[in-house]
Write a protein that binds this ligand. Structure first.
Ligand code: 5AD
Ligand code: SF4
Length: 439
Protein backbone atom coordinates (compact mmCIF):
# COMPACT_ATOMS: atom_id res chain seq x y z
CA UNK A 1 0.00 0.00 0.00
CA UNK A 2 2.79 2.39 0.82
CA UNK A 3 4.50 1.83 -2.52
CA UNK A 4 1.20 2.57 -4.25
CA UNK A 5 0.59 5.62 -2.04
CA UNK A 6 4.08 6.95 -2.76
CA UNK A 7 3.28 6.76 -6.47
CA UNK A 8 0.19 8.92 -5.83
CA UNK A 9 2.27 11.41 -3.85
CA UNK A 10 4.80 11.41 -6.67
CA UNK A 11 2.02 12.31 -9.10
CA UNK A 12 0.75 15.14 -6.87
CA UNK A 13 4.25 16.60 -6.60
CA UNK A 14 4.91 16.35 -10.33
CA UNK A 15 1.60 18.20 -10.93
CA UNK A 16 2.99 20.94 -8.74
CA UNK A 17 5.97 21.26 -11.06
CA UNK A 18 8.52 19.34 -9.01
CA UNK A 19 10.72 16.58 -10.38
CA UNK A 20 11.87 13.44 -8.59
CA UNK A 21 15.57 13.42 -7.69
CA UNK A 22 17.87 10.43 -7.78
CA UNK A 23 19.16 10.74 -4.23
CA UNK A 24 18.04 12.49 -1.01
CA UNK A 25 21.26 14.55 -1.14
CA UNK A 26 20.00 16.25 -4.30
CA UNK A 27 16.45 16.77 -3.07
CA UNK A 28 14.97 19.98 -1.70
CA UNK A 29 12.06 18.02 -0.20
CA UNK A 30 12.30 14.55 1.32
CA UNK A 31 9.23 12.57 2.33
CA UNK A 32 9.35 9.41 4.39
CA UNK A 33 6.30 7.25 3.83
CA UNK A 34 5.89 5.36 7.09
CA UNK A 35 4.36 2.18 8.47
CA UNK A 36 3.14 1.62 12.05
CA UNK A 37 2.19 -2.03 11.82
CA UNK A 38 4.91 -3.25 14.18
CA UNK A 39 7.42 -1.59 16.43
CA UNK A 40 10.40 -2.54 14.24
CA UNK A 41 8.76 -0.88 11.21
CA UNK A 42 8.61 2.33 13.22
CA UNK A 43 12.16 1.91 14.49
CA UNK A 44 13.43 1.81 10.92
CA UNK A 45 11.77 5.15 10.28
CA UNK A 46 13.34 6.74 13.37
CA UNK A 47 16.77 5.55 12.18
CA UNK A 48 16.18 6.96 8.74
CA UNK A 49 15.06 10.22 10.27
CA UNK A 50 18.36 10.47 12.13
CA UNK A 51 20.21 10.16 8.82
CA UNK A 52 18.13 13.00 7.42
CA UNK A 53 18.75 15.11 10.51
CA UNK A 54 22.49 14.91 9.82
CA UNK A 55 21.95 15.68 6.17
CA UNK A 56 19.79 18.68 6.99
CA UNK A 57 22.41 20.03 9.40
CA UNK A 58 25.12 19.66 6.79
CA UNK A 59 22.95 21.68 4.44
CA UNK A 60 22.34 24.40 7.06
CA UNK A 61 18.69 23.54 7.28
CA UNK A 62 18.11 23.94 3.56
CA UNK A 63 15.94 20.87 3.15
CA UNK A 64 12.28 20.16 3.88
CA UNK A 65 11.58 16.86 5.65
CA UNK A 66 8.07 15.44 5.72
CA UNK A 67 6.61 12.41 7.47
CA UNK A 68 3.79 10.75 5.55
CA UNK A 69 1.54 7.78 6.24
CA UNK A 70 0.58 5.80 9.29
CA UNK A 71 3.22 7.11 11.73
CA UNK A 72 2.21 10.66 10.84
CA UNK A 73 -1.32 9.71 11.79
CA UNK A 74 -0.29 7.97 14.98
CA UNK A 75 2.42 10.27 16.33
CA UNK A 76 1.52 13.69 14.93
CA UNK A 77 2.64 15.92 17.87
CA UNK A 78 5.65 13.83 18.75
CA UNK A 79 7.21 14.57 15.36
CA UNK A 80 6.67 18.29 15.58
CA UNK A 81 7.56 18.78 19.22
CA UNK A 82 10.37 16.32 19.78
CA UNK A 83 11.73 16.08 16.28
CA UNK A 84 12.32 19.69 15.41
CA UNK A 85 13.72 18.72 12.06
CA UNK A 86 10.36 17.53 10.74
CA UNK A 87 8.59 20.29 8.83
CA UNK A 88 5.56 18.46 7.63
CA UNK A 89 3.34 15.69 9.03
CA UNK A 90 0.72 14.33 6.65
CA UNK A 91 -1.60 11.37 7.19
CA UNK A 92 -2.64 8.87 4.49
CA UNK A 93 -5.85 10.68 3.52
CA UNK A 94 -4.38 14.16 3.16
CA UNK A 95 -1.93 13.82 0.27
CA UNK A 96 -3.97 16.13 -1.95
CA UNK A 97 -3.12 18.90 0.50
CA UNK A 98 0.64 18.42 0.10
CA UNK A 99 1.12 21.41 -2.23
CA UNK A 100 -0.65 23.84 0.12
CA UNK A 101 1.08 22.32 3.14
CA UNK A 102 4.44 22.76 1.41
CA UNK A 103 3.53 26.38 0.77
CA UNK A 104 2.98 26.81 4.52
CA UNK A 105 6.41 25.36 5.17
CA UNK A 106 7.91 27.76 2.63
CA UNK A 107 6.29 30.58 4.63
CA UNK A 108 8.24 29.39 7.65
CA UNK A 109 5.50 27.43 9.42
CA UNK A 110 5.25 23.76 10.32
CA UNK A 111 2.41 22.04 8.50
CA UNK A 112 0.17 19.21 9.68
CA UNK A 113 -2.82 17.43 8.24
CA UNK A 114 -3.77 14.07 9.67
CA UNK A 115 -7.51 14.25 9.07
CA UNK A 116 -8.90 10.88 8.05
CA UNK A 117 -11.57 10.82 5.40
CA UNK A 118 -14.64 8.67 4.77
CA UNK A 119 -14.37 9.16 1.00
CA UNK A 120 -10.80 9.73 -0.17
CA UNK A 121 -9.64 7.05 -2.61
CA UNK A 122 -7.42 9.19 -4.90
CA UNK A 123 -9.45 7.65 -7.74
CA UNK A 124 -8.78 10.55 -10.12
CA UNK A 125 -5.02 10.69 -9.55
CA UNK A 126 -2.96 8.69 -12.00
CA UNK A 127 0.06 7.42 -10.08
CA UNK A 128 3.56 8.09 -11.42
CA UNK A 129 4.69 4.50 -11.51
CA UNK A 130 8.17 3.98 -10.13
CA UNK A 131 7.99 0.28 -9.30
CA UNK A 132 7.37 -2.75 -11.49
CA UNK A 133 9.75 -2.09 -14.34
CA UNK A 134 6.99 -1.04 -16.77
CA UNK A 135 5.70 -4.62 -16.56
CA UNK A 136 3.65 -4.78 -13.38
CA UNK A 137 1.64 -2.10 -11.61
CA UNK A 138 -0.40 -1.62 -8.45
CA UNK A 139 -3.93 -0.29 -8.60
CA UNK A 140 -5.37 0.69 -5.26
CA UNK A 141 -9.11 -0.07 -5.25
CA UNK A 142 -10.11 0.37 -1.64
CA UNK A 143 -8.63 1.95 1.45
CA UNK A 144 -9.00 1.60 5.18
CA UNK A 145 -10.23 -1.24 7.32
CA UNK A 146 -13.36 -1.76 9.42
CA UNK A 147 -12.34 -5.09 10.89
CA UNK A 148 -10.79 -4.07 14.14
CA UNK A 149 -8.62 -7.13 14.69
CA UNK A 150 -7.56 -6.60 18.29
CA UNK A 151 -3.80 -6.55 17.57
CA UNK A 152 -3.87 -4.16 14.64
CA UNK A 153 -3.31 -0.43 14.43
CA UNK A 154 -4.42 -0.08 10.79
CA UNK A 155 -8.06 0.89 11.48
CA UNK A 156 -6.72 3.78 13.60
CA UNK A 157 -4.11 4.98 11.14
CA UNK A 158 -5.90 4.40 7.85
CA UNK A 159 -9.51 4.95 8.86
CA UNK A 160 -12.76 3.52 7.56
CA UNK A 161 -13.19 1.31 4.54
CA UNK A 162 -14.09 2.97 1.27
CA UNK A 163 -13.97 1.77 -2.33
CA UNK A 164 -13.36 3.35 -5.70
CA UNK A 165 -16.02 3.25 -8.40
CA UNK A 166 -15.75 0.23 -10.73
CA UNK A 167 -15.50 2.49 -13.78
CA UNK A 168 -12.55 4.45 -12.41
CA UNK A 169 -10.65 1.18 -11.81
CA UNK A 170 -11.52 -0.07 -15.31
CA UNK A 171 -10.31 3.20 -16.83
CA UNK A 172 -6.98 2.85 -15.04
CA UNK A 173 -6.73 -0.73 -16.31
CA UNK A 174 -7.29 0.40 -19.89
CA UNK A 175 -4.54 2.99 -19.59
CA UNK A 176 -2.13 0.40 -18.15
CA UNK A 177 -3.00 -2.04 -20.90
CA UNK A 178 -2.35 0.63 -23.56
CA UNK A 179 0.97 1.43 -21.91
CA UNK A 180 2.00 -2.21 -22.24
CA UNK A 181 1.74 -3.30 -18.62
CA UNK A 182 1.33 -7.07 -18.33
CA UNK A 183 0.32 -7.49 -14.71
CA UNK A 184 -1.80 -5.52 -12.28
CA UNK A 185 -2.16 -6.13 -8.55
CA UNK A 186 -5.44 -4.84 -7.14
CA UNK A 187 -4.66 -3.44 -3.73
CA UNK A 188 -6.58 -2.81 -0.57
CA UNK A 189 -6.22 -3.37 3.17
CA UNK A 190 -9.08 -5.84 2.71
CA UNK A 191 -9.32 -5.97 -1.01
CA UNK A 192 -12.03 -8.64 -1.09
CA UNK A 193 -14.29 -6.46 1.09
CA UNK A 194 -14.42 -4.05 -1.87
CA UNK A 195 -17.91 -2.66 -2.25
CA UNK A 196 -18.93 0.30 -4.32
CA UNK A 197 -22.65 0.96 -4.42
CA UNK A 198 -23.40 -2.72 -4.05
CA UNK A 199 -20.86 -3.92 -6.64
CA UNK A 200 -18.52 -6.40 -4.99
CA UNK A 201 -14.98 -7.61 -5.55
CA UNK A 202 -16.03 -10.61 -7.64
CA UNK A 203 -17.70 -8.26 -10.11
CA UNK A 204 -14.77 -5.84 -10.09
CA UNK A 205 -12.24 -8.62 -10.78
CA UNK A 206 -14.40 -10.11 -13.49
CA UNK A 207 -14.81 -6.79 -15.26
CA UNK A 208 -11.07 -6.06 -14.93
CA UNK A 209 -10.17 -9.45 -16.35
CA UNK A 210 -12.14 -8.75 -19.54
CA UNK A 211 -10.23 -5.59 -20.39
CA UNK A 212 -7.08 -7.24 -21.61
CA UNK A 213 -6.85 -11.03 -21.83
CA UNK A 214 -3.06 -10.66 -21.97
CA UNK A 215 -2.88 -8.85 -18.65
CA UNK A 216 -2.47 -10.88 -15.48
CA UNK A 217 -4.39 -9.87 -12.39
CA UNK A 218 -3.39 -10.38 -8.78
CA UNK A 219 -4.93 -9.05 -5.58
CA UNK A 220 -3.75 -8.36 -2.08
CA UNK A 221 -4.58 -8.64 0.76
CA UNK A 222 -7.68 -10.54 1.66
CA UNK A 223 -9.62 -11.47 4.78
CA UNK A 224 -11.10 -14.97 5.11
CA UNK A 225 -14.53 -13.53 5.92
CA UNK A 226 -15.18 -12.31 2.35
CA UNK A 227 -14.74 -15.26 0.00
CA UNK A 228 -18.14 -16.03 -1.51
CA UNK A 229 -18.30 -18.95 -3.96
CA UNK A 230 -19.02 -16.46 -6.69
CA UNK A 231 -15.58 -14.94 -6.19
CA UNK A 232 -13.80 -18.29 -6.41
CA UNK A 233 -15.85 -19.07 -9.54
CA UNK A 234 -14.56 -15.91 -11.19
CA UNK A 235 -11.01 -16.96 -10.33
CA UNK A 236 -11.68 -20.38 -11.75
CA UNK A 237 -13.19 -19.13 -14.98
CA UNK A 238 -10.92 -16.27 -15.92
CA UNK A 239 -7.57 -17.45 -17.23
CA UNK A 240 -5.81 -14.15 -16.55
CA UNK A 241 -6.67 -14.00 -12.83
CA UNK A 242 -3.69 -15.62 -11.15
CA UNK A 243 -4.17 -18.80 -9.14
CA UNK A 244 -2.70 -17.34 -6.03
CA UNK A 245 -4.44 -16.24 -2.83
CA UNK A 246 -2.89 -14.48 0.13
CA UNK A 247 -5.14 -15.42 3.01
CA UNK A 248 -3.85 -14.45 6.45
CA UNK A 249 -4.69 -16.91 9.24
CA UNK A 250 -2.76 -15.15 12.09
CA UNK A 251 -3.20 -18.11 14.48
CA UNK A 252 -4.32 -21.74 14.28
CA UNK A 253 -6.05 -21.78 17.67
CA UNK A 254 -9.68 -20.85 18.23
CA UNK A 255 -9.22 -19.10 21.58
CA UNK A 256 -6.42 -16.97 20.17
CA UNK A 257 -8.47 -16.22 17.05
CA UNK A 258 -11.33 -15.14 19.30
CA UNK A 259 -9.06 -12.82 21.30
CA UNK A 260 -7.68 -11.50 18.02
CA UNK A 261 -11.28 -10.78 16.89
CA UNK A 262 -10.66 -12.49 13.57
CA UNK A 263 -14.32 -13.60 13.26
CA UNK A 264 -13.58 -17.14 12.01
CA UNK A 265 -12.63 -20.41 13.63
CA UNK A 266 -9.79 -22.70 12.66
CA UNK A 267 -12.36 -25.16 11.25
CA UNK A 268 -14.09 -22.51 9.13
CA UNK A 269 -10.73 -21.35 7.81
CA UNK A 270 -9.66 -24.90 6.94
CA UNK A 271 -13.00 -25.53 5.19
CA UNK A 272 -12.43 -22.42 3.11
CA UNK A 273 -8.93 -23.59 2.20
CA UNK A 274 -10.33 -26.99 1.15
CA UNK A 275 -12.87 -25.25 -1.02
CA UNK A 276 -10.18 -23.09 -2.62
CA UNK A 277 -8.03 -26.13 -3.39
CA UNK A 278 -11.02 -27.96 -4.82
CA UNK A 279 -12.36 -25.13 -6.96
CA UNK A 280 -8.98 -23.87 -8.16
CA UNK A 281 -6.74 -26.89 -8.74
CA UNK A 282 -3.07 -26.07 -8.17
CA UNK A 283 -3.93 -22.85 -6.33
CA UNK A 284 -1.01 -21.38 -4.48
CA UNK A 285 -1.62 -20.05 -0.97
CA UNK A 286 0.22 -17.69 1.30
CA UNK A 287 -0.53 -16.33 4.74
CA UNK A 288 0.37 -14.05 7.63
CA UNK A 289 1.10 -15.52 11.06
CA UNK A 290 1.64 -13.83 14.42
CA UNK A 291 3.67 -15.65 17.08
CA UNK A 292 3.17 -14.99 20.79
CA UNK A 293 -0.07 -13.03 20.87
CA UNK A 294 -1.40 -12.14 24.34
CA UNK A 295 -2.08 -15.23 26.43
CA UNK A 296 -0.85 -17.69 23.78
CA UNK A 297 0.09 -21.01 25.43
CA UNK A 298 2.55 -23.58 24.14
CA UNK A 299 -0.33 -25.82 23.05
CA UNK A 300 -2.00 -22.94 21.20
CA UNK A 301 1.27 -22.20 19.43
CA UNK A 302 1.43 -25.87 18.36
CA UNK A 303 -2.07 -25.48 16.87
CA UNK A 304 -0.61 -22.84 14.55
CA UNK A 305 2.18 -25.21 13.50
CA UNK A 306 -0.45 -27.89 12.93
CA UNK A 307 -2.55 -25.68 10.64
CA UNK A 308 0.57 -24.82 8.65
CA UNK A 309 1.20 -28.54 8.10
CA UNK A 310 -2.39 -29.05 6.96
CA UNK A 311 -2.60 -26.12 4.57
CA UNK A 312 0.98 -26.29 3.29
CA UNK A 313 1.40 -22.63 2.38
CA UNK A 314 3.72 -21.80 -0.49
CA UNK A 315 4.74 -18.62 1.25
CA UNK A 316 4.20 -16.98 4.63
CA UNK A 317 4.89 -13.64 6.28
CA UNK A 318 5.63 -14.37 9.92
CA UNK A 319 5.90 -11.95 12.82
CA UNK A 320 6.35 -11.79 16.57
CA UNK A 321 3.44 -9.99 18.21
CA UNK A 322 4.21 -6.33 18.75
CA UNK A 323 1.88 -4.41 21.04
CA UNK A 324 0.38 -1.29 19.48
CA UNK A 325 -1.17 1.55 21.44
CA UNK A 326 -4.91 2.22 21.10
CA UNK A 327 -5.70 -1.30 19.90
CA UNK A 328 -8.17 -3.48 21.78
CA UNK A 329 -5.37 -5.89 22.72
CA UNK A 330 -3.43 -3.02 24.28
CA UNK A 331 -6.44 -1.92 26.29
CA UNK A 332 -7.79 -5.30 27.27
CA UNK A 333 -5.07 -7.96 27.29
CA UNK A 334 -1.61 -8.26 28.71
CA UNK A 335 1.34 -8.65 26.36
CA UNK A 336 2.42 -11.53 28.57
CA UNK A 337 4.40 -13.88 26.31
CA UNK A 338 8.07 -13.15 27.15
CA UNK A 339 10.20 -11.81 24.30
CA UNK A 340 12.42 -14.89 24.32
CA UNK A 341 9.42 -17.20 24.01
CA UNK A 342 7.94 -15.14 21.15
CA UNK A 343 11.28 -15.31 19.39
CA UNK A 344 11.58 -19.07 19.81
CA UNK A 345 8.00 -19.68 18.64
CA UNK A 346 8.56 -17.42 15.66
CA UNK A 347 11.70 -19.31 14.67
CA UNK A 348 9.84 -22.61 14.93
CA UNK A 349 7.17 -21.19 12.64
CA UNK A 350 9.77 -19.87 10.19
CA UNK A 351 11.71 -23.13 10.15
CA UNK A 352 8.60 -25.20 9.52
CA UNK A 353 7.51 -22.85 6.76
CA UNK A 354 10.92 -23.08 5.08
CA UNK A 355 10.70 -26.85 5.07
CA UNK A 356 7.16 -26.80 3.67
CA UNK A 357 8.01 -24.19 1.01
CA UNK A 358 11.09 -26.17 -0.08
CA UNK A 359 8.99 -29.34 -0.36
CA UNK A 360 6.21 -27.54 -2.21
CA UNK A 361 8.73 -26.05 -4.62
CA UNK A 362 10.48 -29.37 -5.21
CA UNK A 363 7.13 -30.74 -6.40
CA UNK A 364 7.38 -28.23 -9.25
CA UNK A 365 10.49 -29.86 -10.74
CA UNK A 366 9.63 -31.25 -14.16
CA UNK A 367 6.44 -29.18 -14.46
CA UNK A 368 5.76 -26.45 -17.00
CA UNK A 369 4.68 -22.91 -16.11
CA UNK A 370 4.14 -19.60 -17.84
CA UNK A 371 6.41 -16.99 -16.31
CA UNK A 372 6.01 -13.26 -16.87
CA UNK A 373 9.57 -11.98 -17.26
CA UNK A 374 9.96 -8.97 -14.96
CA UNK A 375 13.64 -8.08 -15.30
CA UNK A 376 17.19 -9.32 -14.87
CA UNK A 377 17.74 -11.70 -11.99
CA UNK A 378 19.53 -10.36 -8.91
CA UNK A 379 22.52 -12.63 -9.49
CA UNK A 380 23.22 -12.29 -13.18
CA UNK A 381 22.56 -10.06 -16.16
CA UNK A 382 22.45 -13.23 -18.26
CA UNK A 383 19.31 -14.41 -16.47
CA UNK A 384 15.76 -13.14 -16.26
CA UNK A 385 13.48 -13.45 -13.28
CA UNK A 386 9.73 -13.42 -13.13
CA UNK A 387 6.83 -15.16 -11.45
CA UNK A 388 4.63 -18.06 -12.35
CA UNK A 389 0.87 -17.63 -12.31
CA UNK A 390 1.13 -19.14 -8.81
CA UNK A 391 3.48 -16.34 -7.72
CA UNK A 392 6.65 -18.40 -7.50
CA UNK A 393 9.81 -16.48 -8.29
CA UNK A 394 11.54 -18.22 -11.20
CA UNK A 395 14.86 -17.59 -12.92
CA UNK A 396 15.96 -18.74 -16.36
CA UNK A 397 18.61 -17.94 -18.97
CA UNK A 398 17.84 -14.73 -20.80
CA UNK A 399 18.42 -15.93 -24.35
CA UNK A 400 16.44 -13.59 -26.58
CA UNK A 401 13.60 -13.09 -24.12
CA UNK A 402 12.78 -9.68 -22.69
CA UNK A 403 10.99 -8.14 -19.72
CA UNK A 404 7.25 -8.23 -20.36
CA UNK A 405 7.37 -11.54 -22.30
CA UNK A 406 5.31 -14.50 -21.19
CA UNK A 407 7.70 -17.42 -21.35
CA UNK A 408 6.75 -21.05 -21.04
CA UNK A 409 9.38 -22.75 -18.91
CA UNK A 410 10.17 -26.14 -17.47
CA UNK A 411 11.25 -26.18 -13.84
CA UNK A 412 14.61 -27.91 -13.35
CA UNK A 413 15.53 -27.06 -9.76
CA UNK A 414 14.05 -25.45 -6.65
CA UNK A 415 14.79 -24.20 -3.15
CA UNK A 416 12.42 -22.69 -0.56
CA UNK A 417 12.42 -19.26 -2.23
CA UNK A 418 13.11 -19.68 -5.94
CA UNK A 419 12.54 -21.99 -8.89
CA UNK A 420 15.16 -22.50 -11.60
CA UNK A 421 13.87 -23.19 -15.09
CA UNK A 422 14.71 -23.81 -18.71
CA UNK A 423 12.92 -21.43 -21.07
CA UNK A 424 11.01 -23.25 -23.82
CA UNK A 425 9.20 -20.61 -25.88
CA UNK A 426 7.47 -17.27 -25.81
CA UNK A 427 3.69 -17.59 -25.50
CA UNK A 428 0.55 -15.51 -25.18
CA UNK A 429 -1.60 -15.94 -22.11
CA UNK A 430 -4.66 -16.70 -24.21
CA UNK A 431 -3.04 -19.62 -26.03
CA UNK A 432 -2.24 -21.28 -22.71
CA UNK A 433 -5.93 -21.73 -21.92
CA UNK A 434 -7.06 -25.25 -22.72
CA UNK A 435 -10.74 -24.50 -23.29
CA UNK A 436 -12.36 -21.43 -24.79
CA UNK A 437 -13.88 -19.45 -21.96
CA UNK A 438 -17.53 -18.60 -21.72
CA UNK A 439 -18.82 -16.85 -18.63
N1 5AD B 1 2.12 -7.43 15.76
C1 5AD B 1 2.61 -8.33 14.88
N2 5AD B 1 2.14 -8.48 13.64
C2 5AD B 1 1.11 -7.69 13.27
N3 5AD B 1 0.41 -7.62 12.11
C3 5AD B 1 -0.52 -6.66 12.24
N4 5AD B 1 -0.46 -6.11 13.46
C4 5AD B 1 0.55 -6.74 14.12
C5 5AD B 1 1.08 -6.62 15.42
N5 5AD B 1 0.60 -5.74 16.29
C6 5AD B 1 0.67 -8.50 10.98
C7 5AD B 1 -0.56 -9.35 10.66
C8 5AD B 1 -1.07 -8.71 9.39
C9 5AD B 1 0.21 -8.23 8.75
C10 5AD B 1 0.04 -7.20 7.71
O1 5AD B 1 0.95 -7.72 9.85
O2 5AD B 1 -0.12 -10.67 10.43
O3 5AD B 1 -1.78 -9.61 8.58
FE1 SF4 C 1 -5.46 -5.02 10.52
FE2 SF4 C 1 -7.30 -6.96 10.73
FE3 SF4 C 1 -7.76 -4.82 9.18
FE4 SF4 C 1 -5.92 -6.64 8.40
S1 SF4 C 1 -8.13 -7.02 8.64
S2 SF4 C 1 -5.69 -4.37 8.38
S3 SF4 C 1 -5.07 -7.25 10.38
S4 SF4 C 1 -7.54 -4.81 11.41
Amino acid sequence: MNFADSEIVNSIMVERGMTPSETPEDASVVFINTCSIRDNAERKVWNRLHDFRKMKRQRNGDMVVGILGCMAERLREKFLEKEKLVDLVVGPDAYRELPSLLAEVEDGRKAVNVILSQEETYADITPVRTTGNGVSAFVSVMRGCDNMCSFCVVPFTRGRERSRAVESVLDEFKILSDQGYREVTLLGQNVNSYNHEGRNFAELMYRCSLIDPEMRIRFSTSHPKDFPDEFLQVMQERHNICNYIHIPIQSGNNEVLERMRRTYTREEYLDLIDKMKEMIPGVSLSTDIIAGFCGETEAQHRDTLDVMKRVRYDLAYMFAYSERERTLAHRKFEDDVPGEVKKRRLSEIIQLQQEIAAEQNRLEIGKRHVVLAEGRSKRSAEQLSGRTDTNKMTIFDKGSYQSGDYVEVEIIDANSATLKATALRKVTLSETVAEPITV
